[in-house]
Unconditional design. Sequence first.
Length: 69
Amino acid sequence: MTDCNQPLETNSRCNEWQYAYHWNNHLRECERAIYHGCNPTRNNFRTIRDCKTQAEPICNRRSRPNLRH
C-alpha cells in the first residue's frame, strides 16, 4: 500500500540515477524526481501511470492539510 507522506527513497548514496515518480502531498499530485537506485519507499513508482493509478486514488481522497497563513 502507498504511503503518501514517505520520501521517494530512504538513502540517496547509491550511484544509479534514474527518473521515478512519487506522490507529492504538498502539491497533491504525482511528481517526477531522480531516484538513486536503492532503498525505495512505498511512495516510489517507475512510471507516472503507476503513480496515478496506485497513489492518486488513495492520497488524493485524504483530507487536505489546513493551509492558513
